[in-house]
Design a protein around this ligand. Sequence first.
Ligand code: HEC
Length: 143
Amino acid sequence: MNLTKKLSLASLLFVSSAVMAHGPVTPQSIDTSTIPAIGEEWVDENPYRELAGDVKAEIDRVGASAYNQNCARCHGLDAISGGIAPDLRELPADYDGDEWYIYRVQNGAVRNGAVYMPKMTEHLNQEALWAIRSWIETRAEQM
Ligand code: HEC
């Protein structure tokens, strides 16, 4: 193989692994059996925010994984926005922030029939979505 071919093959491999790093395109369901159950009825505030210790560590682990599989491709790896969609670390970790978070994950963002963000509650349960929010809040603290 000549050098040019090698180089273009290398860049191809680089591109495809970069795409994979942003996670699959279809939303992935998440196993939330290891974190506290919340139930079907949506609560209006992040129920995991005040937790600590091992329980909180597991919530953040599940949240990070769920985020990377379902949100990172638009909102950025490690919750750092690359500009395609808002940086979620900037959403305040309080009641108002929760209200807006719930609105968006339930309704997505659809304008003139174009889906800018899918309705995440169709793919993820409440536990997974609050775990994501809790993990993002820990990322915001490190900003
Ligand atoms: C296909 C791309 C895409 C995916 C995947 C996606 N989002 Fe979004 N999201 C957007 C866009 C675009 C906006 C901005 C919508 C607007 O302002 O009209 C947005 C807005 C939001 C907002 C409001 C932020 C603000 O500051 O106004 C929240 C909260 C949010 N997304 C959460 C999530 C979560 C949680 C996930 C994963 C479970 C996710 N999104 C997955 C594209 C996406």
